[in-house]
Design a protein around this ligand. Structure first.
Ligand code: GDP
Ligand code: ZN
Length: 319
């Protein structure tokens, strides 16, 4: 077979394919749809659009896709759907992977609830580290104080402190079913995630908010026969009131990444009025003379725990 002949054959085939694509594109024009990624496992992605779930494949070269992404997809024959575009992300929840690279966890989250409890005892350092991350991700922060039925101590000064920083505190008890209505109210019109140390009751809260979902076992996927709720995949849920919750172990464990003293100081919002007034422009507010923050602290304008936690986090970043 001559080269030329193969080329003719090939070009004929290419023309055919292109023509078919155009026909397909025209046919599909009416079926361009928009939806939200609610689960993503292997080659497949579930997209919710108008209360219906579509099982989609990804067009090649689309890049990474995560739960919470808003996508454009096209319905094709045999009810198969293909995702063809990802809308720009408004916010990104990410973590650092083992190589120190940003690893996307979820997209378009708007609100983070830091869950705390009387047991395990609250870590205010952990809370402040979450608040710093949430600040830099442009998300809204709120605290859930769960297991309120066990609270021997009320931690009133702390709640006052965080209230003054515009962080709402919701007290809940899964056992007594208290505060759950208020919580779902606070989740309305938001896309929320729950973070916090292990044992504070995140799974219990989520299960209480989504009584009809089996969060631990996970349903078998029709096509693959594999479980869809594995440890690594996040999932997006809708509450009866329309509020949206994104959950997975990866989401719950999300943590602060190392940042500069300037970025960290900015995230401590009550430091803001004093930033830029220190003697040294690059003051880290640790040991420098004529530090405006140090004097604000000495005058009682910055809480001791927050001042300590700022320094503790800065130390940790050096390690
Ligand atoms: P997670 O690790 O944050 O997901 O925490 P879990 O949801 O697994 O809860 C840890 C433990 O705390 C379990 O034994 C729960 O039954 C218990 N727990 C969760 N919420 C409450 C609560 O409101 N009150 C009490 N007393 N126990 C709770
Ligand atoms: Zn300073």
């Amino acid at each position: 077979m001559s080269k030329r002949r193969i080329n003719q054959q090939q070009s004929g085939r290419i023309k055919q394919i292109q023509a078919k694509r155009r026909v397909d594109d025209v046919a599909n024009m009416h079926e361009t749809m928009y939806g939200t990624v609610i689960a993503h496992y292997g080659k497949y992605t579930d997209v919710k659009s108008d209360q219906k779930t579509f099982h989609c494949k990804l067009r090649q070269n689309l890049g990474d896709l995560v739960v919470g992404d808003e996508v454009v997809f096209h319905l094709q024959q045999q009810k198969e759907a293909v995702i063809t575009a990802i809308e720009p992300r408004k916010t990104k929840l990410w973590r650092l992977d083992e190589r120190g690279q940003e690893k996307l966890i979820a997209a378009n989250v708007t609100q983070v609830f830091v869950v705390m409890a009387p047991v395990p005892e609250p870590s205010w350092l952990l809370l402040d580290s979450y608040l710093a991350a949430i600040y830099h991700l442009n998300l809204t922060a709120a605290v859930i104080f769960n297991k309120n039925d066990l609270a021997a101590q009320s931690y009133a000064e702390y709640w006052q402190l965080y209230n003054d920083l515009n962080i709402p505190i919701l007290k809940t008890s899964v056992v007594l079913k208290e505060g759950l209505a208020e919580l779902s109210q606070a989740m309305q019109n938001q896309r929320s995630v729950f973070v916090g140390q292990s044992g504070v009751g995140k799974s219990s809260l989520i299960q209480a908010l989504l009584p009809h979902e089996n969060l631990t076992v996970g349903d078998l996927h029709e096509a693959t026969g594999l479980g869809t709720h594995t440890t690594s995949t996040a999932r997006l849920y809708q509450l009866p009131n329309g509020a949206v919750l994104i959950d997975s172990p990866g989401v719950r464990d999300f943590n602060l990444w190392p940042m500069s003293s300037l970025d960290l100081a900015q995230a401590f919002v009550e430091f803001k009025p004093y930033l830029g007034s220190c003697k040294f422009r690059n003051c880290t507010h640790t040991h420098e003379p004529s530090c405006a923050l140090q004097s604000a602290f000495t005058q009682g304008k910055i809480a001791l725990s927050r001042w300590h936690n700022y320094h503790a986090l800065l130390e940790r970043f050096k390690e």
